[in-house]
Design a protein around this ligand. Structure first.
Ligand SMILES: Cc1cc2nc3c(=O)[nH]c(=O)nc-3n(C[C@H](O)[C@H](O)[C@H](O)COP(=O)(O)OP(=O)(O)OC[C@H]3O[C@@H](n4cnc5c(N)ncnc54)[C@H](O)[C@@H]3O)c2cc1C
Length: 250
């Protein structure tokens, strides 16, 4: 395991949470080269990657890393992925949706196996648990909530949290059984593109939220495709949610 240190370390902690500085690439994180330990299928197009954990590495559940594949033509091609394991585990884990684009990083990740090397940065990101509320996820947008919900479940503090998890088909639902086991009846699965699904087929819109949300003063955690996050955040605000209690990746 190799550790690469970049400049600007003194600015790391104050600037790491500033998306403006981050977008200007003024913030440089520590980077670590780590080996894949195992890869298994989670759904037809989602894989679980277990990787080596650099000594002392920590993240806040919900945070992500900049990840690239340690091959000459891929190592500068960094994409964000979320840690989905618990901090206390001796490894790191990602849950990654693989797209078919042959030039895409997830497609190449999907072809890797144990022993291949990845490069990850220190953890960053705005999504973290701030108190009980409603988690609204679309597709791979469940990943930050997996880390948060797993930690809450382990700590015996998951009560009072409700999940609305939207996917196109039943087969797309990531870790349905685990989510249902952790949340019981508070895990709601919504299917948008399969007429014969046994799950709720409504769209997550104003009518849905008015019907399902009992308390708009709670926290809301929203993660999914950009348009979904934008639409839901606007709708929540119109329905009375307090903007500072809506948590999403900005
Ligand atoms: C903070 C953060 C954390 C993330 N964590 C995870 C995670 O844990 N697991 C996970 O599976 N994914 C996660 N993602 C998404 C992940 O980064 C992308 O899916 C990945 O970068 C796609 O790379 P690719 O080269 O395979 O994409 P491509 O193969 O180029 O495209 C993948 C898909 O995205 C669409 N797409 C590409 N670019 C855009 C765009 N600009 N706007 C809209 N659609 C576009 C394409 O049409 C295609 O359907 C995260 C994203 C962010 C911002």
């Amino acid at each position: 395991m190799k550790k690469i240190t970049y400049f600007y370390q003194s600015k790391l902690y104050s600037a790491a949470r500033n998306p403006y500085l981050y977008s200007l690439q003024l913030v440089h994180f520590m980077h670590y080269t780590v080996k894949i330990i195992s890869v298994i299928n989670v759904t037809h197009n989602v894989k679980r990657f277990v990787i080596e954990k650099p000594p002392g590495f920590r993240f806040v559940p919900g945070q992500a890393t900049d990840l690239s594949i340690n091959e000459p033509e891929w190592k500068e091609n960094k994409h964000p992925f979320t840690f989905t394991c618990l901090n206390e585990e001796p490894y790191l884990e990602f849950t990654i949706k693989i797209y078919e684009n042959p030039h895409g990083v997830t497609n190449h990740l999907g072809q890797l196996s144990a022993g291949a090397e990845l490069i990850i940065s220190d953890a960053w990101g705005a999504i973290e648990y701030k108190g009980p509320g409603y988690f609204i996820a679309g597709g791979a947008g469940i990943t930050p909530f997996l880390a948060i919900l797993r930690q809450l479940y382990k700590d015996g503090k998951i009560g009072g949290n409700i999940l609305f998890f939207s996917n196109k088909t039943d087969q797309d639902i990531i870790l349905k059984d685990e989510l249902a086991a952790m949340l019981g009846n508070d895990a709601h699965f919504i299917i948008s593109g399969q007429k014969d699904s046994k799950y709720d087929k409504r769209k997550i819109n104003a009518d849905f939220l008015k019907a399902e949300v009992k308390d708009f003063t709670k926290h809301f955690y929203v993660c999914g495709p950009d348009q979904m996050v934008k639409d839901i955040n606007e709708t929540l605000e119109k329905l009375g949610a307090k903007p500072d209690l809506v948590v999403f990746e900005k």
